[in-house]
Structures are given as structure tokens and as C-alpha cells.
Design a protein around this ligand. Structure first.
Ligand code: ADP
Ligand code: MG
Length: 387
């Protein structure tokens, strides 16, 4: 892929001297949905699919951005404020500006992006772009941030320049992931641990429903407000900072005081999900695969009934996948309202699973589901000559 990127870069910019190619993965989350903005734990891994970025330093302060997935190109002068228009390029320019601010130097760059991830499917193509661009810019500025620093800067770029109020889950997964490990991240303290994944007989697979959450910004904002409300109520009763600090035991001892039914349901999801993540982190091996499956199933039920972010297509996929022999569990993966589900399946059933689900889904919906391996890959990196 490195060679291919150099070829495309040459087509776009007319040179290949001193061009470097970076790779920034997409991410999936085994468990811990809607916990990042509630100060809870998440358990992501990095995918093999992601965004490739070919880049070279310029001798001026201009930033030239192209993407093979987008028609329009963009050129900005880093010494001037970014234009006010919205656009995909803001993720890229925002990441470059954020890193230049850290280095106190405006470094012009030519950048070409190419993504092997579906865009807008909940696999975090956006953070893959910002983290990859931030990593590339830091490389040319000879900054050597830790992966956690890079994640914090990438999040800031997406928040401030793209205007997306995303949390720490995506940038930490993408910047800090390691092959063969899941990342257990506390979204409140930002402490993280690498959890070795010893699953040989089982595998995770992502199924993209092909439906998108384009109209669903409002419900997400609403969920965040409902959680803030639930937190305010519970803070009058319990010594907590974040909603996810509430233990299941504490929650059930005070739940009858929660007169607001919606706040109760949202809090119940957050409290239960956080406890499930901690158990799941101890279940990432063959011997405990069935326990993990029960946790994933409980997570799905909670997202459907208490957090209320499922859709008919997602329910259809969940029901369909569960009837395939060798599938242990399926749950909504990502924020919900469209996008993907994540299944835990027997590795030997992999090909059969894809055949059966794709045929059944096409028959039921009239359009195709897509399948992506959810392997535990490395985080953002510079590609070497053979890659
Ligand atoms: P996702 O779940 O994939 O992160 P988002 O809506 O958060 O969905 O982010 C998608 C946005 O990220 C796109 O609309 C675009 O602005 C940007 N993006 C992602 N991949 C690319 C790419 N290869 N080239 C240009 N922009 C991209
Ligand atoms: Mg995103």
C-alpha cells in the first residue's frame, strides 16, 4: 500500500522525494458504549482498515490537502485563520494547526488521504483522519509526543476545528492500540491498560448495516443532556464525580429515589455497562468466551431498552446473526441509530457466517451488509519500505 500511496501522491503533487506514508486505523469497541462522555471505561481495539496518509514537508506555510474519497481539494495558509466554511478538510487542517501550535512553528505540508474504512459507519474514520494527520505533522516537526498526548491533541482538533463533540475513546484507541491487545481506558482519569487477547477459537466481526445516522445528531445531544440530568440527581444521593462512578450496588440502593423515568433508564445503562466492561476485560480468552458473549448480549439489551439507540435494521441484524451456528453474541457497536453491529463468532464459522448473513440481509432489506474483521491491530504509525 505504501507504493500505491506514493504513486497517487505523485499523480496529485508531481513528486515523491521525501514523501512518507503513515497509517491510522479505524477502531471497534468490544464493550462500553456511550461511556466516554460519562466518565466510564471502554475496551476498544484497532482495525486493519483505516486511513493512509502520504505526506511531505513544504518549505513554506501552505497546507495542501487532497483525499481520494473526496472531489474537492483544499489549500490554506497556516499563518492565517482557517476559512469559516465547513468541510471534510477541517479534520485535516485542524489536526495540522493543533500540532503546529504545540511546536510553535507553522509547517507547510502536502497531504494525500486514502481510506479503506467506510466513512460515517461508526468505525471512526474521522478520528482515524485527525490522529493520522496529527501523527504525520508531529513527525515532520520532530515532536515526539506519547500516544496519550497525541490522542488528547487529536480529540482537541476534532472538537475545536471540526466542531464534533467526540470523546476520548476513538483517539486513544487509534493512537495507543497494540497488536494482540485490547485497550482498557478509563475515560475520566485517562489511565489505560493493555489487555492481552487470547482468543484463538473465536473472533470478532463487524457487520455494517449500510444505514447511517445522518439525522440522528439531536438524539445524541439529548442523551448527553439526560445523562447530565441523571448525574445531578445521583450526586445529591451519592459521593460521585461522574455518572459511571456509581456502582451497580449503589445504584439499586438509591434507584427508587429517581422519580424521572428517563433519567433512571439512561443511568441504568451507564452503570450496568461500566461494570460489564470491567468484567469483559477479564474475559478476553477462549475459556471465557461464553461469559463475554453474555456481557455483549446484556450490553445490547441495555442499549436497546434503556439507552434506546437501536433501529429496526440493527435489530434485524442482531436477530439474524444470532441464529447462525457459531455466533455467540451480537450487539450494537458504536453510538447506534444505524451503523454497525459487532458479533463474537467461532473462528471456524467465519466464512459461513458471512455467506448466511449477507444473503438473509439482502433478502430482508434489499441492500447489502458489509463485513469487516475486528482484529486487534497496531495504532497509528509510519509505514516502512515493504508495507
Ligand atoms: P465516522 O463514524 O466514520 O467517524 P463521522 O461522521 O464522525 O463518521 O466522520 C466522517 C467524516 O470524516 C467525513 O464526513 C469526512 O469529513 C471525514 N473523513 C473520514 N475519512 C475521510 C477521508 N478518507 N477523506 C476525507 N475526509 C474523511
Ligand atoms: Mg467519527
Amino acid at each position: 500500500m505504501r507504493k500505491q500511496m506514493l504513486f497517487w501522491f505523485n499523480e496529485a503533487f508531481g513528486y515523491t522525494d521525501a514523501v512518507q506514508v503513515f497509517f491510522s486505523p479505524g477502531r471497534f469497541n468490544i464493550l462500553g458504549e456511550h461511556l466516554d462522555y460519562n466518565g466510564g471505561h471502554v475496551l476498544p481495539g484497532a482495525m486493519e482498515l483505516g486511513t493512509y496518509i502520504a505526506a511531505a514537508a513544504r518549505s513554506d506555510t501552505l497546507l495542501n490537502i487532497r483525499s481520494r474519497q473526496m472531489q474537492d481539494a483544499c489549500m490554506v495558509d497556516l499563518t492565517k485563520p482557517l476559512p469559516a466554511e465547513k468541510g471534510w478538510w477541517r479534520y485535516v487542517a485542524g489536526a495540522v494547526v493543533t500540532i503546529c501550535q504545540q511546536a510553535r512553528k507553522f509547517q507547510g505540508l502536502d497531504l494525500l488521504l486514502h481510506s479503506t474504512l467506510p466513512i460515517g459507519a461508526g468505525l471512526s474514520s474521522s478520528a482515524s483522519v485527525t490522529a493520522g494527520t496529527a501523527y504525520a505533522t508531529a513527525y515532520f516537526l520532530q515532536l515526539h509526543p506519547s500516544c496519550a498526548e497525541l490522542a488528547v491533541w487529536s480529540k482537541r482538533a476534532e472538537n475545536e476545528f471540526a466542531g464534533v463533540p467526540c470523546g476520548y475513546l476513538d483517539p486513544f484507541a487509534i493512537c495507543c492500540a497494540r497488536r494482540g491487545y485490547a485497550l482498557l481506558l478509563n475515560c475520566s482519569s485517562l489511565h489505560y491498560r493493555y489487555i492481552p487477547v487470547h482468543m484463538h477459537a473465536y473472533a470478532f466481526i463487524i457487520v455494517d448495516s449500510g444505514t447511517r445516522r445522518t439525522l440522528a445528531e439531536a438524539p445524541f445531544k439529548q442523551r448527553a443532556e439526560e445523562c447530565a440530568h441523571a448525574k445531578r440527581m445521583l450526586r445529591r444521593l451519592l459521593p460521585i464525580e461522574e455518572l459511571a462512578d456509581v456502582t451497580p450496588h449503589q445504584f439499586y440502593s438509591v434507584a427508587h429515589w429517581m422519580v424521572d423515568e428517563v433519567a433512571y433508564r439512561r443511568a441504568r445503562h451507564v452503570v450496568g455497562e461500566n461494570a460489564r466492561v470491567l468484567t469483559a476485560a477479564e474475559s478476553l480468552n477462549d475459556a471465557t468466551a461464553h461469559r463475554l458473549a453474555r456481557l455483549m448480549h446484556a450490553s445490547h439489551v441495555s442499549l436497546r431498552d434503556y439507552y434506546e439507540v437501536s433501529t429496526p435494521q440493527l435489530e434485524l441484524l442482531v436477530a439474524m446473526t444470532r441464529t447462525v451456528p457459531g455466533c455467540l453474541a451480537t450487539r450494537i457497536s458504536g453510538a447506534g441509530f444505524g451503523g454497525c453491529v459487532l458479533s463474537l463468532i467461532r473462528r471456524s464459522a467465519y466464512a459461513h457466517f458471512i455467506d448466511v448473513v449477507s444473503e438473509k440481509y439482502r433478502k430482508a432489506c434489499g441492500f447489502d451488509a458489509a463485513f469487516y474483521p475486528a482484529d486487534f491491530s497496531d495504532g497509528v504509525r509510519l509505514l516502512t519500505a515493504g508495507e
